[in-house]
Design a protein. Structure first.
Lengths: 489, 855
């Protein structure tokens, strides 16, 4: 909510020219009411040698929350902003960028009627932002401002000096210095890069946002080495169905009730794919689906359950093969089901196709009579998302109660993790994995399950079968006695 | 099967044939068009009991006589009839039903719902029918040949009706007889709901006469009669295998005859009965022994036995529908029903069609699916120990195989047993090491919790859960919560005090005291609000208790958050805390005093930073960091401008205030943070014992609660447990109220979070009988900065924040409280897991209702 712009000068070009450039007189305090609060401009120092303009935005936090009530009223759409305890009144957020363009609009455009020669002239500039939210940290701040000719000093701010173990906050104390830039350029840099670094959303991005970006980025953005990141972050606040899907208010409330971040519990769908970005399926996921489809075909199954179907990739794959006459995707996450339904275009699917597929909310820790009587069930990368003590419940629900003739279970082979270059040693492949098993552990579990529930089990590697550590994914194929007879016949 | 009709020979009865009709049955009126079926139905049955095909034609085709709509009309009729029968309501079908095919569909429907199909035939002369139709404008042009055909078909049918499957057939001949007949409603034989006992339900005796006598003696019977008028109920299998089946029969038959006992048949009686009737049955499974023992009995006794067995009713519904007794168990949809398959299930149970390694049929675990309200008490399958599963219990503890003979006292639900004198018969397979359905990790059914639901609570009636809230709860329960068996309760949300109008305050205890005064609650206790996270602890005396009572393996209890998540990822840490609690409970002597081997505690776990560290860092500390970084620079700039003579005085002053508020905010959240190492620095403040074995303590007055808990804290040598400071206030005494306010001011002035005001009586209703809020929280002025933001105390902010709406929060608090109480009562009452879970799940679902999260 606060930044200063300073310049130095000499007799020919006194520092107080800053007042002309900004259209704000150094001796008269200026205030303006903006949509999110009141902006003030004042000059702590103003003489020929040094002149500093300070922009102070008093954000009305109460109004910010209250306006956020109800959707589509231009208020805070984001759960994080619908909080009275909010950094908006203190941090140099995207709100400050809006204030900047509101208060210094002429300066940003490089217009100065009184002294038309001034705007085009570079001058020594020093910009100080004491609390800049910077996702990506000081390093990204450098990468964004340095190519534009700034000397960057970005000091991380400690989260709480009384608790040094908490480390740094997401804020940096930023000082930018340059001699080669005009004030208009400096303001346009800030206007674009403050929200990019903040990376939070305080209002819906309207359709003219692209134009605004193009205007403010004129002359510097196209050549910027981080152009792609800047553009995507700036425009990421796009209204989309994925956003709607994110509006899981019920889950948000449960998270709040337990003093938890909603991301901690509403994490069934990974963020990247949710943003609707073109999916580049990891080859392993493709291998896995191929292996599953092959095993299903081999089992002769026609009616198939995809238990823990997630976003419906496998369901989509199965739909392409008419030998699967009924495909039921089950997931506990409503958000996953919403996305799956969109992926499959269920609402536009022809009747005949639609009759083959069904998506259900269900939970594998409960028995579910809707799941009885199917030929096969797939549990692909599912079991490792369950706490180990809950696994017997899943085992009974699937093998004891639903009892499909064939059950396919895939799960990561933890031994293979050493082959992932990007995976730090000892880390699970996914934040929500409650466990990852070695081949031995998986086989031991599967063997006991088969014995307890009268299935036979075979194991198939998925992905390259490393002679030392095995394949990245392990698959167990369970078959009941009756299925074997049916196959033999 | 019975057919009643007036004999053709002899005089017609002068007046009034009496037609018995079972209270739950499908009554099919059979008669030609114009025979007076609708009039008859109107006269003898409730209008809503009668479904007419004409009416259904009208429903689907706007024309009651449109014969082309008959097919659809009957679909509708069958559908409605099915719904009624499923709900246990007698249904009368008013259609011609003169064709066998039409009747067959109705008989199938009756069988589908296990009710008796009953036919009432209205055999009225053709002329009468024709005449009646002629007077009706809508039927005036019905051709005579149609009526003639109806009557022809009716006559042809008469002889077959019983063979078709009607269990009662009443034929009324002529207009006279139709007009003067009366219908009387008969109860089903199995309906003994009017008998309330108390009962002693006795498991499979199998000829173990000595054990039976011993058990009857232990139950207090003197020569087959209980001095307090209790009734014995035998679950069947009195005979076979054991040493003295005749002796057992003699005792039981005498008790039944004198009204001191009821008896349902077992499969062994059934087979023995067929043998007595001279049918050819195989003398296996111990029948040979019975036959041999009967050798010496008189023919008269044999006849009595035959008659006794013949008269046994497959199952009984007793005690207002709360108790169902049968031999092999019975799913809810068969309770009180009458059909071949009901009898067969009652006698033999359900089998999967497979056989096990001993060649015996594999039984379908029907009890696992059972969700009924009535307790089902049965036998048939020998188990080592009688245990409740989903409100069902098998009492066959294998007396004849050297086990025990077991009885269940009802409604006390106490088990009484005597050991077998010896192994009388070698079992074909070893007794199962587990009761039917009792299985490690066996989960609940989705139908227990999914979708829109209504939970019946004893304190607040029906509490609804909406579908979207259940969906969210399912997600959290499935993915993050601990095992439901160790999650028997979730704490309800609590409403804050009404908004204060006092300068500088949003909440103030004066309003809380006033509200309780209004509710008629004089004595309240103020309990300090601990600065941590809500925690529920289930503490078992030992691992054996946890396994036996909660089915938990490898844990001696649980410690979980308000949404059912485990507090600690590391089970060893949880066990360490449970261990310390256990030591304190033992030291305080509470196991014996409360006659329990487990305790469920409501508590606060500190510090808050232990669980909420993510939130603290991402939200609270972040705001502190940002404000701490921004204000010094902003103030310096303003001071610089002021020094230059710029007019910024007011703005500067305001920023100083804001900086002060931000600093106060930082101080406020820091109080909730301290560094812990393992359990060092962790504190637990229990403030209520929720339940113990057999008893919910939700109604135990808070002063007694706190006295018990103080002793618990005293006996904790590890420093884990903390007491709850408290002050009693009389809401009617201004002096006392003032002391309460001062106490709060002092508490919060020193940085305390605030207090919770509770009626001392804990579970209190108001004058209208509605539940009173079990607690009202009054949060401290500084603490509320964490909720409403650092600068909430600024007058312009307070003015806006006072517009907050508490009604929904209060209603939610009461509904969740009622569900919580219900969970505790169900837990204490030993009800099945799904019943407890239903209420617990309801609390979680309600927590996702849209309510201002800051309240």
């Amino acid at each position: 909510m606060f930044l200063t712009i300073s310049t130095t000068g000499d007799e020919q070009y006194p520092a107080t020219d800053l007042g002309f450039l900004l259209h704000k007189h150094p001796d008269n305090p200026f205030s303006a009411t903006l949509s999110h609060g009141t902006a003030h401009v004042l000059y702590p120092e103003a003489d020929a040698e040094r002149c500093t303009a300070a922009l102070l935005l008093e954000v009305d936090a109460v109004a910010l929350v209250r306006r956020g009530k109800g959707k589509g009223r231009g208020g805070a759409p984001d759960a994080a902003l619908a909080q009275y305890v909010n950094d908006r009144p203190y941090a140099a957020s995207s709100l400050l960028a809006v204030a900047l363009s509101g208060v210094f609009s002429s300066a940003m455009r490089g217009v100065c009627h009184a002294r038309p020669e001034l705007p085009a002239r570079p001058r020594p500039l020093r910009i100080e932002v004491p609390a800049l939210p910077a996702r990506g940290g000081p390093a990204l701040v450098g990468r964004l401002f340095e190519p534009l000719g700034w000397t960057v000093t970005a000091e991380p701010v400690a989260l709480d000096t009384e608790f040094p173990e908490w480390g740094d906050s997401r804020y940096v104390h930023l000082v930018l210095e340059a001699d080669t830039l005009t004030l208009a350029e400096a303001l346009r840099h800030l206007y674009v890069l403050l929200p990019v670094l903040d990376d939070a959303k305080h209002y819906w991005v309207s359709s003219d946002e692209v134009d605004k970006l193009l205007r403010a980025g004129e002359g510097w953005l196209p050549a910027h080495p981080e152009q792609q990141l800047i553009t995507s972050r700036y425009l990421s606040r796009r209204w989309s169905l994925t956003r709607q899907a994110r509006e899981r208010l019920e889950l948000l409330r449960l998270a709040e009730a337990d003093d938890t971040d909603v991301e901690e519990i509403d994490n069934a769908v990974e963020a990247e794919t949710e943003e609707g970005a073109e999916e580049k399926p990891a080859p392993l996921a493709v291998r896995r689906r191929e292996a599953i489809v092959a095993a299903l075909r081999a089992s002769g199954a026609a009616r198939v359950l995809d238990l823990g179907c997630g976003q419906g990739q496998l369901v989509q794959e199965l739909l392409r093969d008419p030998s699967f006459t009924e495909i039921v995707g089950v997931d506990v996450s409503m958000r996953a089901l919403t996305i799956a339904s969109r992926r499959l275009k269920l609402d536009r699917m022809g009747e005949r196709q639609a009759a083959r597929v069904k998506l259900l909310q269900g939970s594998l820790t409960y028995t579910d009579r809707r799941l009885k009587g199917y030929d096969a069930a797939v549990l692909s990368e599912v079991i490792e998302h369950l706490d180990l003590p809950r696994l017997p419940a899943l085992e009974y629900a699937v093998f004891g109660a639903a009892r499909p003739r064939t059950v396919l279970v895939t799960t990561p082979n933890v031994e293979y993790n050493v082959r992932w270059e990007s995976l730090p040693a000892g880390h699970a492949r996914h934040g929500d994995h409650r466990f990852e098993w070695t081949r031995g552990e998986f086989r031991a579990w599967a063997g006991k399950v088969a014995e307890r529930h009268d299935y036979t089990v075979e194991f198939t590697p998925v992905g390259p079968d490393d002679p030392e550590v095995g394949p990245p994914t392990q698959m167990a194929v369970f078959t009941t006695g009756t299925a074997q007879e049916a196959q033999a016949a | 099967m019975t057919t009643t009709e007036t004999p053709h020979t002899g005089n017609p009865q002068p007046r009034g044939r009496v037609l018995p009709v079972t209270d739950l049955s499908l009554v099919v009126l059979v008669g030609a068009s114009g025979s007076g079926k609708s009039t008859f139905a109107r006269r003898h049955f409730k209008p809503t009991e009668v479904l007419s095909s004409d009416f259904c034609r009208g429903l689907v085709a706007d024309d009651e006589n449109d014969q082309s709509a008959s097919r659809d009309a009957f679909d509708v009729l069958h559908h409605i009839a099915g719904k009624r029968l499923a709900a246990g309501r007698r249904t009368v079908v008013d259609a011609t039903s003169v064709q066998q095919d039409a009747r067959r569909q109705l008989i199938d429907l009756a069988r589908q719902h296990d009710v008796l199909p009953i036919a009432i035939v209205l055999d009225v002369p053709e002329e009468v029918c024709a005449e009646r139709n002629a007077t009706r404008t809508d039927r005036a042009d019905l051709p005579r040949r149609v009526i003639r055909r109806h009557i022809r078909e009716l006559r042809r049918s008469l002889r077959h009706l019983e063979r078709e499957g009607f269990r009662k057939v009443h034929v009324l001949r002529g207009v006279e007889e139709v007009e003067h007949a009366t219908v009387v409603t008969e109860k089903r034989f199995n309906d003994l709901t009017h008998l309330t006992g108390p009962f002693d339900v006795i498991g499979d005796v199998h000829g173990c006469s000595a054990e039976l006598e011993a058990l009857l003696g232990k139950l207090g019977y003197v020569d087959g009669v209980h001095p307090e008028g209790r009734t014995a109920v035998f679950v069947g299998d009195l005979v076979d295998r054991g040493p003295d089946s005749p002796g057992v029969l003699r005792r039981v038959m005498a008790m039944v005859k004198s009204g001191d006992a009821l008896c349902v048949p077992g499969n062994h009686e059934n087979k023995f009965g067929r043998h007595l009737k001279g049918r050819n049955v195989r003398h296996t499974h111990g029948l040979a022994e019975t036959i041999a023992q009967m050798e010496g009995e008189s023919e008269e006794f044999r006849a009595e036995v035959r008659e006794f067995i013949d008269g046994l009713v497959s199952h009984y519904v007793l005690d207002g529908g709360r108790l169902v007794v049968c031999h092999a168990g019975l799913p809810e949809k068969y309770h009180g029903r009458t059909s071949g398959r009901v009898r067969s299930h009652a006698l033999y149970g359900d089998t999967t069609g497979e056989t096990d390694e001993f060649g015996l049929p594999v039984r379908y675990p029907w009890a696992e699916d059972y969700r009924g309200r009535a307790a089902v008490v049965y036998g048939h399958t020998p188990v080592p120990e009688a245990t409740w599963l989903n409100n069902t219990i098998c009492l066959d503890t294998g007396a004849v195989f050297g086990g025990r003979l077991t009885a269940l006292r009802w409604p006390e639900r106490e088990l009484v047993d005597v050991p077998a004198e010896r192994v009388w018969y070698e079992p074909a397979r070893p007794l199962r090491t587990e009761a039917p359905g009792g299985h490690e990790g066996r989960p609940l059914d989705l139908a227990d919790v999914h979708g829109r639901r209504v939970v019946e609570t004893r304190y607040a009636g029906r509490v609804s859960v909406r579908e979207e809230n259940a969906a969210a709860a399912l997600e959290v329960m499935s993915r993050f919560a601990i095992d439901p068996r160790l999650l028997p309760y979730l704490p309800p949300t609590m409403a804050p005090t009404a908004t204060s109008r006092l300068d500088g305050f949003l909440e103030h205890p004066a309003e809380a005291f006033a509200q309780y005064r209004e509710d008629g609650v004089a004595r309240v206790v103020c309990e300090e609000k601990h600065m941590g996270s809500r925690a529920v602890a289930l503490v078992c005396r030992d691992a054996g208790t946890a396994l036996r009572r909660f089915g938990a393996e490898g844990a001696t209890g649980s410690l979980y958050t308000r949404t059912g998540r485990p507090f600690f990822d590391d089970a060893a840490v949880t066990e360490e805390i449970l261990g310390r609690l256990r030591t304190a409970v033992t030291g305080a002597g509470l196991w014996d005093e409360l006659e329990t081997d487990w305790l469920l505690l409501d508590a606060e776990l500190m510090p808050w930073s232990l669980k909420a560290s993510g939130l603290l860092r991402s939200q609270y500390a972040a705001v502190g960091a940002a404000s701490g970084a921004a204000f010094p620079a902003a103030l310096a700039a303003l001071e610089g401008a002021a020094a230059r003579g710029t007019e910024v005085g007011e703005l500067l002053e305001r920023q100083r205030e804001r900086a002060g508020a931000a600093a106060a905010f930082t101080r406020a959240y820091r109080r909730y943070c301290w560094t812990t190492d393992g359990l060092d620095g962790v504190r637990l403040a229990p403030f209520q014992i929720l339940a113990v074995q057999g008893r919910s303590l939700a109604a135990l007055p808070h002063d007694e609660q706190l006295a018990l808990l103080d002793r618990l804290v005293e006996h904790d040598a590890t420093g884990l447990l903390r007491t709850t400071r408290r002050l009693h206030v009389d809401t009617a005494d201004p002096e006392s109220v003032r002391a309460g306010v001062d106490w709060w001011l002092e508490l919060t002035g020193r940085g305390g979070e605030g207090m919770v005001v509770k009626p001392v009586g804990a579970l209190v209703r108001d004058a209208e009988g509605r539940l009173v809020q079990p607690g009202i929280k009054c949060r401290g002025r500084e603490y509320l900065r964490i909720i409403y933001g650092p600068e909430y105390t600024r007058p312009e902010n307070l003015a806006r924040l006072r517009a907050r709406f508490l009604n929904h929060k209060r209603s939610l608090a009461i509904r969740e409280y009622a569900l919580g109480l219900e969970a505790l009562d169900r837990l204490a009452g030993g009800e099945p897991l799904w019943r407890v879970h239903e209420a617990v799940f309801g609390v979680l679902a309600l927590e996702s209702e849209p309510v201002d999260p800051r309240l």
